[in-house]
Design a protein around this ligand. Structure first.
Ligand code: FES
Length: 243
């Protein structure tokens, strides 16, 4: 396994060939904000929170989908990046109905914590307030499109870990939605195994257990540990970009 050396925020760090910039940074103790990325699942590159600057390049790069290379110079913190990340969180908050006070994961929400971490205390954009439905047809779980940030963690965990591929995404832009079995009510799904992994990886309150109080709705991703260990020991990083 070959080793590469690069510079991140002025520190010389090393990583394994094939790792993403995000993985090398995290291994070196340099935190980069993420929302759609979750260790154990394939990178998606959808939220853009993990953007970094690369020396010699004008545009920004998503660190979760960029392969680290020998001699790279990476900047993970700058005024430009902080402004960009704040704007992204504001856009997410404005796009759907994120009312924390009446959300099932209030206090355990990754979008909420990210907003606090980035100092987002107001939103500069008009709220779209789309009239979105909920699917509470399943006896165990619920789906609230109002809270969904389209990170596709549910799609990826169902496909890559559970192997059911119940979830998918339909539409584009503001009409984009996660769907079950080609857009059927959850209770009619013939592929759902009722494992609940989609609920556990959801970073926000879009997927939740029914009959659970706000205080109890803490997500638990520990079932991904085996995959994480296996990937860390051998498998090369595979670059996957949004189409
Ligand atoms: Fe990299 Fe979302 S974490 S794009």
């Amino acid at each position: 396994m070959s080793v590469i050396t690069l510079t991140i925020d002025g520190h010389l760090v090393s990583g394994r060939a094939g790792q993403s910039v995000l993985e090398v940074s995290r291994d070196a103790g340099i935190e980069i904000p993420t929302l759609c990325w979750l260790e154990g699942l394939s990178p998606w590159g959808g939220c853009r929170l993990c953007v970094v600057e690369l020396k010699g390049e004008q545009r920004l790069f998503t660190s979760c989908t960029t392969v680290a290379a020998e001699g790279m110079h990476v900047v993970t913190r700058s005024a430009r990046l902080e402004n960009y990340r704040r704007m992204l969180v504001e856009l997410l908050l404005a796009e759907r109905n994120h009312y924390c006070a009446v959300c099932v994961v209030d206090g355990h929400c990754e979008l909420q914590s990210m907003a606090a971490r980035l100092g987002v205390d107001h939103v500069r954009f008009d709220y779209l307030n789309p009239p979105l439905p909920m699917d509470i047809s399943h006896d165990l779980f619920g789906l609230d499109h109002n809270r969904c940030i389209l990170c596709t963690r549910c799609v990826r965990v169902c496909d890559e870990v559970e192997g059911a591929h119940t979830w998918d995404v339909r539409g584009r832009g503001t009409t984009e939605r996660v769907v079950i079995d080609l857009d059927r009510p959850w209770k009619e799904s013939t592929s759902c195994t009722r494992c609940g992994k989609c609920v556990q990886v959801c970073p926000v309150g879009a997927l939740f257990h029914k009959g659970v109080t706000v205080g109890e709705m803490v997500k638990d991703n520990s079932f991904l540990m085996d995959i994480i260990k296996r990937r860390r020991s051998a498998q090369p990083f595979v670059e996957r970009r949004r189409s």
